[in-house]
Write a protein that binds this ligand. Sequence first.
Ligand SMILES: Nc1ncnc2c1ncn2[C@@H]1O[C@H](COP(=O)(O)OP(=O)(O)O)[C@@H](O)[C@H]1O
Ligand SMILES: [Mg+2]
Length: 318
Amino acid sequence: MPPPKNIIIWIKYSQKEIFSLHYHKGPSYLALLEALYRRGHRVFLAFGAADLRGNDTLFPPAAEYRDGALQAPGSADPIRADVVYNLGDIPSIHGMSPITNTPAFRRFFASKYAAYELLHEFFPQTIRVKREEDLSPARARFPDARAVFKPDTGTNGRGVTVMEKGDAALNEEMRAIVAEPGGAILQEFIDTTSGISRICDSYHDLRIAVMNKGTIALTHVRIPEPGSLIANYAQGATIRELSPADLPESVLSLHRAVYGRIAARFPNPMYTMDVGIGADGRPLLFEINGTTAFPWPGFAGKSFFMKNLAEHLEGQML
Ligand SMILES: Nc1ncnc2c1ncn2[C@@H]1O[C@H](COP(=O)(O)OP(=O)(O)O)[C@@H](O)[C@H]1O
Ligand SMILES: [Mg+2]
């Protein structure tokens, strides 16, 4: 057991409710606090960049997790963080403490095109659409297939449009997305209708959460609603937990290659990779997210996930 440390979990004030039982994953976030506490650490919540003082990453904690509950912090003195878990998307940090994930890492992977540039051979062909006039030449690169139009910085399936074969028209929503600061991307469609051997029969998006030196801490498959091609939970997809042992070797080998490339640039990274198995049986990336997904409270692998997240945080400490 490593020596006790101060772990600051840094969130936006508006995210406080993720630690409440009213939030569907609240029990999982509380389980993280409990896992860290049981490993002998002091666990604090702090809110926002404005609360950070000085160059030593001194936080005035908003709450401390003790004896099964979030409580007022035991002391009025600021806490020096041994590690900061940037669970909210805090824009910058000026202190000296190790932080995971860094704002720079999160910003990098917020751009789908940046992820493509780093990992291009693991993605379907992807073209940037920064101006309206970029769309038709981009679409002409794969005219005989479906193509997927997405905002460069979207999440939850927002603005994702599958363009049918031969269709190259921009609608109002797509125009507005092209005008966003990051613009849009157009991506070759991964035809996942053949499913994944012994996992699912048809359309899917397979999520793999990676942390703690390349460990797969959590994996689940999302199946779009009947009639939809968009496999986000927020768009009606269903989620089923998998065990890492269920994953086909082709996916594990993709994971190793992707991890090697990301870790060469960002040491000991924590991220999720989303994968689809195409018509030729080859797994390709849909996207990389610069944060981990959390398990649902009922997932069998919840404590394995918490152990890995705790070890990941301990591994970042000096
Ligand atoms: N290239 C693609 N081929 C086929 N389906 C795709 C492709 N890209 C995205 N999708 C579908 O759209 C969903 C959302 O796209 P994604 O890139 O993951 O964006 P978001 O960040 O909004 O989740 C995916 O879960 C998948 O079902
Ligand atoms: Mg996605």
